[in-house]
Design a protein around this ligand. Structure first.
Ligand code: P1T
Length: 383
């Protein structure tokens, strides 16, 4: 089946008992057993819940994986994947990942003796050279948060496979509608379902998709052992959002492309980062790897921090807030908000500067979004 059909139906099959066409929300924390040690299929909702299983099946199907696993947040999923590692293990993290991902490796896993180094995966050879005998995993995003760097997932996967490493691809920014990393050779796909998958900024969640049976078994064990599981209500919201993912991604992408082009032609931005801008150094790779450009973009505004904050505070349709992927447009300053947990020196090295603005372009009328951006640019220029 094709994507739109899967998005509408996966995990949303009519309830077998009642025929309900919307998935029932099973709030039960525990399930009656037929005899001692004889569960009917479910025992306790941390280890398995029917509403959660629907979401897990849907994530797996949209990502072309055999199995899905749902979590209470994207970082809950990250914590669980990180728990595959042991003391002494080393991880290669591609430059420019979500601030919270950096923070959990830098400030939590490091305490357990798991080390990491940052690599510039735009050059696959430098990635291959950075592999140590203790390296177990490569962690990447594409497009990256917040600089929208597009990395060649297939090329990274080839190196990971040759070196026997797990490749985890955080596919939050693209969503399964734009790209499917498992098909390109990734071992694990991670989502913050808080973003495009649920799509309405009304829940926090995470998910993984995998095909390797042994790895699935280990992750399933860790999901229960660590316990960062989502509530059945949140699973329902993610499933409900997912039914329109394809429609939303089309509109997000159309709107973001228009705003990126507006910014580029405005003379008020020193750089604009969007995968499907022809001026982007990775335009050809993005066109090959992604079906659309997606709803995220960032740009550097002329006039530094003062102009950036003036721009953000002048917006009327875009909401000044962290997060992304909802139907409403959001704007933020990564250096002071989402990526503040990355040390200043490291932020500077990566290019997460005080004049860098990130936009999550929603699905509103593109003309209203364009008017809003133009007006805010004018106000920022007169600051
Ligand atoms: O917020 P949470 O559901 O725990 O997801 C973490 C996460 C993981 N991966 C990526 C690429 C992300 O962007 C995030 C969360 N990001 C934001 C809150 C943000 O505004 O960038």
């Amino acid at each position: 089946m094709r994507f739109a059909t899967k998005a509408v139906h996966s995990g949303n099959e009519p309830d077998r008992e009642t025929g309900a066409v919307a998935p029932p929300i099973f709030t039960a924390s525990t399930f009656a057993q037929d005899g001692v040690g004889k569960p009917r299929g479910y025992e306790y909702s941390r280890s398995g819940n029917p509403t959660r299983e629907r979401l897990e099946r849907a994530v797996a199907e949209l990502e072309h994986g055999k199995h899905g696993l749902a979590f209470s947040s994207g970082l809950g999923a990250t914590a669980t994947v990180g728990s595959l590692l042991k003391k002494g293990d080393h991880v290669l993290i591609c430059n420019d990942v979500y601030g919270g991902t950096f923070r959990i490796f830098n400030s939590v896993f490091a305490n357990y003796g798991i080390s990491f180094s940052k690599v510039d995966a735009r050059d696959p050879d430098s990635l291959a050279r950075a592999v140590r005998p203790s390296t177990r995993m490569v962690w990447m995003e594409s497009p990256t948060n917040p600089l929208m760097v597009v990395l060649d997932i297939r090329a990274v996967a080839k190196i990971a496979r040759e070196k026997g490493l797990i490749l985890t691809v955080d596919n939050t920014f693209a969503s399964p509608y734009l790209q499917n990393p498992l098909k390109l050779g990734a071992t694990i796909v991670l989502h913050s379902t808080t973003k495009y998958i649920s799509g309405h900024s009304d829940m926090v969640g995470g998910a993984l998709a995998v095909s390797d049976e042994d790895l699935y078994g280990r992750l399933k064990f860790l999901q229960n052992a660590i316990g960062a599981v989502p509530s059945p209500f949140d699973c329902y919201l993610a499933l409900r959002g997912m039914r329109t993912l394809h429609l939303r991604m089309e509109q997000h992408s159309r709107n973001a492309q228009a705003i990126a082009e507006l910014l580029e032609g405005s003379g008020r931005a020193t750089s604009v980062f969007y995968p499907f801008l022809e001026s982007s150094p990775t335009y050809r790779l993005a066109k090959r790897q992604m079906s659309l450009g997606g709803g995220m973009l960032s740009f550097r505004i002329k006039g530094g921090y003062r102009a950036a904050s003036r721009f953000l505070e002048s917006l009327r349709v875009f909401v000044l807030a962290e997060s992304l992927g909802g139907v409403e447009s959001l704007a933020e300053l990564p250096a002071r908000m989402t990526h503040f947990s990355i040390p200043k020196v490291e932020r500077g090295r990566l290019g997460i500067t005080d004049d860098l603005i990130r936009l999550s372009v929603g699905i509103e009328d593109p003309l209203d979004l364009a008017d809003d951006v133009r007006r805010a640019l004018d106000r920022a220029a007169s600051a």
